[in-house]
Design a binder for this molecule. Structure first.
Ligand code: NAI
Length: 710
């Protein structure tokens, strides 16, 4: 039997009937719910026994979660009744309607409430207009009605920041008639009855649209807001929000609503919102692993151990402590242990000094921190994470020891960036309990956690790792085993291509500038300086030895051989001057690059930013497609989320696979073939050989982002 999406109760003695939105889990405003609400309003309008309505959610979890994001940009979004139609209908409803907000009232859900004649909210109800995070604005009257209820500057900030917060934080703002602690329904019912009485006595209904917002020095205020938002490519929505809140202050409601509708349509069909919506769905997708039963039990994880207290081990320990877990750190010597523990303590002391943490919170975290040099102290750990030197002999010794000491069922994880984890698992008698937890540096800050599934990793071990990622506030993405896993394997062709650009005529600053203007947080050369050229050279040399056919520009080796290690010694691709935010281009490096071009017999040429961006992006896309075909990444979404959260790919650009989809695969192939005709020395033909999957999907017309390996 189809579910009744909106329930209309019989009126009480005062003639107040309750309308309950009943589309779990969040009562989002998809077309079926919208139709049901319009029908219920018709029924309530026609029923003479009903004098007033209370609009609420049928379950404590939600009043209404807002628009159905999957409908955005689709025809169904425009089918009547649209969310703006419903809000207008509520505002002009002949009988009083009071919203009773519980659970959450977000976006279009809050806009429904704004259009009602009164609002009562439970203090804990999460409210907000978060559309800006999807490159959109509240398109159901929110930009016009919110400034009519709360101060216009507060309204602007709430919409621009897209912040969600408990209703009680806005209790004094004018947004709500009443904020209750507990069920808002009784107070809402009383208010509805009062409004019905007032209406019967000849008083008009308090319609939000009839209010006139006021703001002293409005022109100066909006000019300052525009100045702050300008110049950022993803800020189209912010600029429109400012225009619209200004319209709310200066124009009649109908004009502002028309302007809002037009702006929403422009944004929803724009590149930024499409990319942000893709990112939103990709993040949801990665949390659910195809083939892993969602009912798979997880193993309990409370006591953890971190082996190795260097750069990564300390960061990992901090993450675990912050999530309330207990951590025992194992080091080789008392000195190394003391150094590591001191680093971890210094992190929490620093957080207290900066006011980010209360002293008692820091003390609670540190009370769960223990240090040892004895393997036996790891015997009760539920999860052991190894972060020792990236060296086979060391890893083998450590894993054999962990296998000997860890309790049955404990998870054995490695933070290795490059080593074959199937081989690591084989050092133990329990390969089903071994997996990779690849944190990114600095581990306490970077949001990505690559979870590496080995050949024999048990499903419940994977489920536990995904749950752990969530618990420690990371975005967990599962990758299968290969050299570099998803993120670093794609980075290699990206960096190789960046090197070829230097040989041909670009400078590091030009390449970085082009990529950063396009949307990367950091261009490839600034990133390499941060990671360190010693680490880079080590990986490059190993890769060259293993794959003699791989071509690299020699420039990176020349920079390393010149003793330029990156930020760590103040010189890499750039000169890093202490106290200066931007590194300076280096004359020495420029000479090295130009000499290399000469050695190769290349006449240096001006390379346009567009070519730089296209070549680097397509280098990522091609490798990403290979990862998908090999089943290392299960979905394009996994690759995109890795790049969004681990490599500073602009969120509004959606990720490399999303970009390929936007460009269209035939266009991607065409561009690769064009680049394949580039200078022969770089082995361009081999570099730009398209991944067979790209060719296959371009021919079939099937979307890349929906592809899953069979
Ligand atoms: P690191 O050199 O800063 O720290 C390694 C620590 O392990 C040292 O403190 C050392 O004393 C300790 N150690 C070595 N052998 C040990 C043993 N047998 N028992 C106990 N402790 C031992 O190295 P880092 O950078 O922290 O890297 C550790 C691991 O994390 C490596 O596998 C690396 O590939 C991986 N990784 C590193 C990233 C980075 O950006 N540094 C990023 C992601 C992964």
């Amino acid at each position: 039997m189809p579910q009744t999406l909106v329930l209309l109760d019989a009126p009480n003695a005062q003639g107040v009937a309750v309308l309950r939105l009943n589309s779990p889990p969040l009562n989002t405003l998809g077309l079926p719910l919208r139709v049901a609400l319009a029908d219920a309003l018709d029924a309530a309008a026609a029923d003479p026994a009903i004098r007033a309505l209370v609009l609420t959610g049928a379950h404590a979890k939600a009043f209404c979660g807002g628009g159905e994001i999957g409908e955005f940009g689709q025809p169904a979004m425009t089918w009547a009744p649209t969310p703006p139609d419903l809000c207008n209908r509520l505002e002009h409803f002949a009988k009083p309607v009071v919203a009773a907000l519980q659970g959450l009232a977000l976006g279009g859900g809050l806009e429904l409430a704004l259009a009602c004649h009164g609002r009562v909210a439970e203090g804990a109800c999460t409210v907000g207009l978060p559309e800006i995070h999807l490159g959109l604005l509240p398109g159901a009257g929110g930009t016009q009605r919110l400034p009519r209820l709360v101060a216009a500057d507060l309204a602007l900030n709430l919409i621009l920041q897209g912040k969600t917060q408990p209703a009680r934080a806005l209790a004094e703002s004018g947004l709500f008639n009443t904020v209750t602690e507990g069920d808002p329904l009784p107070a809402a019912t009383t208010l509805a009855a009062q409004l019905a009485d007032a209406l019967a006595a000849g008083q008009p209904l308090p319609r939000t649209g009839a209010r006139r917002p006021a703001l002293a020095n409005a022109a100066g205020f909006f000019a300052a807001a525009r100045g702050a938002a300008q110049g950022r490519p993803a800020n189209a929505a912010a600029l429109k929000v400012i225009d619209l809140v200004e319209a709310a202050v200066t124009q009649p409601l109908a004009k502002g609503l028309a302007q809002e509708a037009e702006a929403f349509v422009q944004l929803v069909h724009g590149e930024a919102s499409a990319g942000l919506r893709h990112a939103f769905f990709a993040e949801k997708a990665v949390a659910k692993l195809p083939g892993l039963d969602p009912a798979t039990p997880t193993r309990p994880v409370e006591r953890t151990a971190v082996v190795g207290a260097g750069t990564m081990g300390c960061g990992i320990a901090i993450c675990l402590l912050q999530a309330g877990l207990s951590v025992t750190v194992l080091e080789q010597t008392p000195e190394a242990l003391a150094r590591g523990l001191a680093n971890i303590r210094a992190h929490f002391d620093g957080a207290v000094a900066k006011g980010r943490l209360k002293p008692e919170q820091a003390a609670a975290h540190l009370a769960r921190l223990h240090g040892t040099t004895a393997d036996a102290d790891l015997a009760d750990a539920d999860l052991l994470i190894e972060a020792v030197f990236e060296d086979w002999a060391v890893k083998e010794a450590v894993f054999r020891r962990l296998d000997a000491v860890a309790k049955p069922g404990a998870l054995l994880a490695s933070n290795t960036s490059t080593l074959d984890l199937n081989r690591v698992a084989a050092f133990t008698q329990r390969p089903q309990d071994v997996l990779g937890l690849h944190f990114f540096s600095p581990a306490q800050l970077m949001p990505l956690l690559e979870i590496i599934e080995c050949q024999h990793t048990a499903p419940d071990a994977l489920a536990t790792a995904l749950a752990l990622a969530k618990r420690i506030g990371k975005v967990g993405v599962v990758s299968r085993v290969c050299d570099g896993f998803i993120g670093n394997r794609m980075l290699e062709p990206y960096l190789r291509q960046a090197g070829f650009l230097l040989d041909e005529g670009a400078t590091p600053a030009q390449v970085d500038g082009a990529m950063e203007r396009w949307g990367m947080a950091m261009g490839p050369f600034r990133m390499s300086d941060l990671a360190g050229h010693d680490v880079g050279a080590f990986i490059r040399r190993r890769r060259q030895a293993e794959h003699p056919d791989l071509t690299f520009s020699r420039t990176a080796d020349l920079v390393f051989e010149a003793g330029r290690l990156g930020q760590k010694n103040g010189k890499g691709w750039y000169d890093h001057v202490p106290g200066e935010k931007r590194p300076r281009p280096s004359a020495e490096v420029q000479q090295l690059i130009e000499a290399e071009s000469t050695r190769l017999g290349l006449t240096r040429r001006a390379i346009a930013d567009d070519e730089i961006v296209e070549r680097l992006l397509l280098a990522l896309v091609n490798e990403g497609a290979k990862l998908l075909a090999e089943g290392i990444a299960r979905r394009g979404a996994d690759i995109d989320v890795v790049y969004l959260h681990g490599y500073g790919f602009a969120r509004w650009r959606g990720g490399p696979m999303w970009q390929a989809e936007r460009l269209g695969l035939p266009g991607v192939l065409q561009a690769m073939r064009r680049h394949a005709r580039g200078p022969a020395y770089q082995n361009a033909t081999a570099f730009w050989t398209p991944a067979p999957l790209l060719v296959q999907l371009a021919e079939s017309g099937a979307p890349l982002t929906a592809y899953t390996p069979s």
